[in-house]
Design a protein around this ligand. Structure first.
Ligand SMILES: [Zn+2]
Ligand SMILES: [Zn+2]
Length: 778
C-alpha cells in the first residue's frame, strides 16, 4: 500500500534543507495542470459498449479530431505527450472498419516490448466485442516460431502488430503468396513512435514503408496512415518522409486534452569540484551520485520514483546501491521494492517490473531509455533525469511518466558536465520554451536505396513509375543494377518491367549500413565478450585500448582486422584510452548553397564529400585527474566515408582580426567546430557522435579556412542537411552556449569534446566566440 505522499512544494523545501544541499536548484518551474476537454463522437454501439467496460466513457478532443480525419480518408499525425491516449485515435477507426467489413489494420512499432503491451490492450478490447464480431488481434514478430506464424496467417486477424524488420523480411516478400487476404483489405496503417524512425534505421524504415505502399497499391488498397509521435519540431514533414505520403495529406493533431496535475520541474546542477584551474576546471560531482541521493530521499519519503539513466550498467549498479542505502536507513520494505529496467531483461522480469510499477508495489526504479516509449506503467510521483538525455523531446517524453491523474508531480533534471547539460542550467527558458528538435531521415540515401529497390523488385516488378517512391536517382540506379546483372529487363505491352532473381531481404538489416563486425574475445575465458561494427572496433578495440564491458575492464592485446577478432585480457588499469586521428575531406560535389543571414558575403554550402580518416595512435588518460599519462602510435588502415556535409568558410576580414588577436587561430576554428557539433542535438534529433567535424586553416576546395560538419553515416541520414537548413540558428545557440560558460580556457561544458581525434589541441574558446559573433551578428 503506497504511503500518503507529502505535498510536492513541501518536499522541494525539504530538499533545500538536506545536509547535501549547496544551492544545486538552479530553477524551480511549475508547469500548470489542465482540465480535460472532451468532444462528442459517434462510435459504433458495440465498440462504445466494449470501451465503456475498459472505463472509457468519453473521448478527448484530440482523439476525436484524429478519428474524424481518418474517417474522412485523411492521414493523421498525433504529436502529443506520453500517456495522452494516442492509441484510441487509431483503435476506434481500426475496430470500426473491422466490425463493418473485416477491413485490416497494420500496426508497426520499433520495439517488441511495445507490441506486446499494445497487443494485450487491443486483444482485451477485441475479446469484449466477442467472437462473433470478427475482430481479432495478433502479433507477428521474431518471438513467434514458424508454426505459430503459419497459424496466425491461417486465422487471418483483422489487426496485425509487427516490427519494421518483420514487415521488411517476413511480410512484404510474401505479400502475393501468403498475405494477399491482408493487403487487399488493408485500410489503416498505424506507425507508432514515428519519431524513433531517424538516422540509418529511420531511413531504412522509410524505404520499407514505400515498399508497403507500392504493394498495397498493387492490391488496390489505399490505407490511411495514423502516425503517433513525441513532440518534435516537424511532425508532419517527418511523418510524410517516413511513410512516403504527401505532407498535405496529413492532419496534425497536437494539444493533449486529457487532465493532468501541475508538474514541478527542478533543474539541479551538481556542485563543481577542483581548484578552478587546469583539468579540474569545469568538472562537477557525478550526476549519478547526486541522482542516487535524491532517489533514496524521495523513495523513503513515499514518492514512487523513476530514474532515467544512460546505460544498463548504471541502471543496475545504482538500483542496487540505492537499495543498500535504503536498508542502511532501516527502510527495508522500500529497499526490497527497488528495480532496474532495461532492454536486456528477460520477458518475465520486464513484465514483472512493469506490473510492479503499475500496481505501486515497486517503489522506485532505475531505467534506461527503454521506458521512454509507450509501454504502460501508470503514472509515478517523481521522475529523475540522471543527466540531460540530449534532446528536449526525450526529456519531456521521460518527464511524462510523472503524474498520477491530477496530482502534482515532481521532475528533477540532474545535469551532467556536457555542453548541453550546462547550457540548459544557464538557459532554463531554452528547455521550457525552446522549439522542439526536428526528426530527420533520408530515404534517398544512396547506400540503402539499391538493396531496397531490389527488394521491391521481388515484391512486385518495377516500372518507370516507381520513381515516385524511390526518388529522382531511381532511373540511373535501375540502369546500374541492370548492368550488374541484379535486375532483368522485360519489354511488355504495358511498358518496360524489371525483375530480379535474387532474394536480397535476408542479407540486409534495417538497423545499420555496414554489417561487418569484429568479435571481442576474452582470451582467458575463451569467450566472446561483445562484437563491434568494423569502424567502432578500430576506435574502441585497437591494441592497447582499455575496453569496458558489463562492469569489467579489459585491455586489448591484439586487433586482427583480417580475421575480425580482437583479443582481450582483464586489466586493473586506472586509465582509459582515447584515439588520435588524422582526417581529410574532399568535396565531391556542391549540392546547394546559401548566404549566412548576418553576413551577405559569406556562403554556407551543403555538399557530397569523402572523409578519409586514419587512426594514428592513442592516449592514456588518468581516470582520476582526467590528464594524459602517455601516448602510443598505431598502424591502422585508412577508412573512407562518402557522405554529406555542410561547410562554412571564414571571411577574410574575420580571419585577419582573429589572427591579429592573441591566441591560436587554428584553436579558434577548432573550438567553434566542437561547440557547434555539441549544440547540433539542440536543433536536430541526434547524438553528437552521429556527426563529425573538421576545421582547417586552408582547404583546397575553398581556398580559405573552412569548418566542415559531416553526417557520420555512409550516404548521409539527413543530419548535415537539417543542420545546413538552420545553420544561422545553430551558430547562434552555439555562441550563446560559449558565452554562458564561466570557464576561461575552455572546458568539457563548452569547447572540449571526448571524441576529438586531436586530443582537444589546439582549442581557443575566446577566438571561437569572436568567430561566431562575426558570423551571426551576435
Ligand atoms: Zn567552459
Ligand atoms: Zn577536435
Amino acid at each position: 500500500m503506497p504511503l500518503p505522499t507529502p505535498g510536492v512544494e513541501g518536499t522541494v523545501r525539504w530538499l533545500r534543507d538536506r545536509p547535501y544541499y549547496e544551492g544545486q536548484i538552479r530553477t524551480h518551474e511549475t508547469v500548470a495542470g489542465r482540465t480535460a476537454a472532451f468532444a462528442d463522437c459517434e462510435v459504433d454501439e458495440r465498440l462504445r459498449a466494449a470501451l465503456g467496460e475498459d472505463g472509457v466513457e468519453r473521448l478527448y478532443d484530440h482523439q476525436v479530431r484524429a478519428i474524424e480525419g481518418v474517417r474522412d480518408g485523411r492521414n493523421a499525425v498525433l504529436a502529443t505527450p506520453t500517456a495522452s491516449g494516442k492509441s484510441l485515435a487509431y483503435t476506434v477507426p481500426a475496430f470500426e472498419r473491422a466490425l463493418d467489413r473485416r477491413a485490416t489494420t497494420l500496426y508497426v512499432a520499433p520495439q517488441v516490448a511495445l507490441i506486446e503491451d499494445q497487443a494485450e490492450t487491443l486483444s482485451t478490447l477485441a475479446d469484449r466485442l466477442g467472437f462473433a464480431s470478427g475482430v481479432t488481434v495478433e502479433r507477428y514478430t521474431g518471438r513467434q516460431d514458424r508454426e505459430e506464424k503459419a497459424a496466425i496467417r491461417e486465422r487471418q486477424p483483422t489487426v496485425l502488430l509487427t516490427t519494421p524488420d518483420m514487415l521488411h523480411y517476413g511480410i512484404l516478400p510474401h505479400a502475393h503468396r501468403l498475405w494477399d487476404w491482408f493487403v487487399e483489405r488493408l485500410e489503416t496503417v498505424v506507425i507508432d513512435e514515428v519519431h524513433e524512425y531517424r538516422g540509418v534505421f529511420g531511413s531504412g524504415v522509410s524505404l520499407v514503408l514505400r515498399r508497403l505502399a507500392r504493394v498495397a497499391e498493387r492490391f488496390g488498397a489505399d490505407p490511411e496512415y495514423v502516425c503517433c509521435s513525441a513532440t518534435v519540431g516537424n511532425p508532419v514533414e517527418h511523418a510524410a518522409t517516413v511513410t512516403g505520403q504527401p505532407s498535405g495529406s496529413f492532419d496534425l493533431v497536437t494539444g493533449d486534452a486529457s487532465a493532468t496535475g501541475p508538474t514541478h520541474w527542478l533543474l539541479w546542477n551538481p556542485p563543481e569540484y577542483g581548484d578552478g584551474e587546469g583539468w579540474g576546471d569545469g568538472r562537477r560531482r557525478s550526476s549519478h551520485t547526486e541522482t542516487r541521493r535524491l532517489f533514496v530521499d524521495l523513495v523513503e519519503r513515499g514518492y514512487q520514483t523513476l530514474v532515467f539513466t544512460g546505460s544498463r550498467q548504471t541502471a543496475e549498479r545504482y538500483a542496487s546501491e540505492s537499495a543498500k542505502q535504503l536498508r542502511k536507513r532501516g527502510a527495508h520494505d522500500a529497499a526490497r521494492s527497488v528495480a532496474a529496467y532495461h532492454a536486456a531483461l528477460t520477458d518475465d522480469r520486464r513484465r514483472e517490473a512493469e506490473a510492479g510499477l503499475r500496481s505501486g508495489e515497486t517503489r522506485g526504479a532505475w531505467s534506461t531509455s527503454a521506458l521512454e516509449l509507450g509501454v504502460d506503467v501508470g503514472g509515478l510521483d517523481a521522475v529523475l533525469l540522471d543527466g540531460y538525455p540530449g534532446t528536449r523531446m526525450s526529456a519531456f517524453q521521460r518527464a511524462g511518466r510523472a503524474g498520477r491523474g491530477t496530482d502534482p508531480a515532481l521532475v528533477v533534471l540532474v545535469a551532467g558536465e556536457d555542453q548541453l547539460d550546462q547550457y540548459l542550467m544557464g538557459h532554463p527558458r531554452a528547455l521550457f520554451d525552446g522549439d522542439p528538435e526536428r526528426a530527420v531521415s533520408n530515404p534517398e540515401n544512396g547506400e540503402l536505396l539499391p538493396d531496397h529497390v531490389l527488394c521491391a523488385a521481388v515484391e512486385n516488378w518495377l516500372s518507370r513509375g516507381d520513381e515516385r517512391w524511390f526518388g529522382e536517382g531511381f532511373p540511373d540506379l535501375v540502369t546500374h543494377l541492370e548492368s550488374t546483372g541484379d535486375l532483368r529487363r522485360r519489354e511488355t505491352p504495358d511498358g518496360t518491367r524489371w525483375t530480379t532473381d535474387g532474394s536480397p531481404h535476408h542479407s540486409m538489416g534495417l538497423r545499420s549500413i555496414d554489417d561487418r563486425e569484429v568479435q571481442l574475445t576474452d582470451t582467458r575465458r575463451d569467450e566472446v565478450v561483445a562484437s563491434l561494427p568494423f569502424e567502432d572496433a578500430m576506435r574502441d578495440a585497437h591494441r592497447g585500448a582499455v575496453y569496458h564491458h558489463q562492469g569489467r575492464k579489459y585491455e586489448v592485446r591484439e586487433l586482427d582486422l583480417d580475421h575480425r577478432v580482437a583479443e582481450l585480457e582483464p586489466t586493473w588499469a586506472d586509465y582509459y584510452t582515447r584515439t588520435l586521428h588524422e582526417k581529410g575531406i574532399t568535396v565531391e560535389r556542391d549540392i546547394t548553397e546559401k548566404r549566412l543571414a548576418a553576413r551577405e558575403d559569406t556562403s554556407v554550402r551543403f555538399a557530397e564529400v569523402t572523409m578519409r580518416k586514419r587512426i594514428t595512435g592513442f592516449q592514456r588518460i588518468d581516470t582520476n585527474t582526467g590528464g594524459p599519462i602517455g601516448e602510443e602510435e598505431l598502424d591502422l588502415p585508412e577508412t573512407t566515408l562518402r557522405t554529406r556535409a555542410f561547410y562554412v568558410t571564414v571571411p577574410e576580414d574575420v580571419e585577419r582580426s582573429m589572427r591579429a588577436a592573441s591566441g591560436s587561430f587554428a584553436g579558434g576554428i577548432h573550438a567553434a567546430e566542437h561547440a557547434a557539433i555539441a549544440m547540433l542535438p539542440n536543433e536536430v534529433l541526434c547524438d553528437r557522435r552521429d556527426v563529425g567535424g573538421l576545421s582547417t586553416p586552408l582547404h583546397p576546395h575553398t581556398g580559405r579556412s573552412t569548418v566542415f560538419v559531416y553526417d557520420g553515416y555512409p550516404g548521409g541520414v539527413g543530419l548535415a542537411r537539417a543542420a545546413y537548413e538552420d545553420v544561422d540558428g545553430l551558430l547562434g545557440t552555439t555562441l550563446a552556449m560559449l558565452r554562458s560558460c564561466a570557464c576561461e580556457e575552455g572546458c568539457p561544458a563548452c569547447v572540449q569534446s571526448p571524441h576529438c581525434g586531436n586530443a582537444n589541441d589546439p582549442l581557443d574558446k575566446e577566438l571561437a566566440v569572436d568567430l561566431l559573433a562575426a558570423l551571426t551578428d551576435g
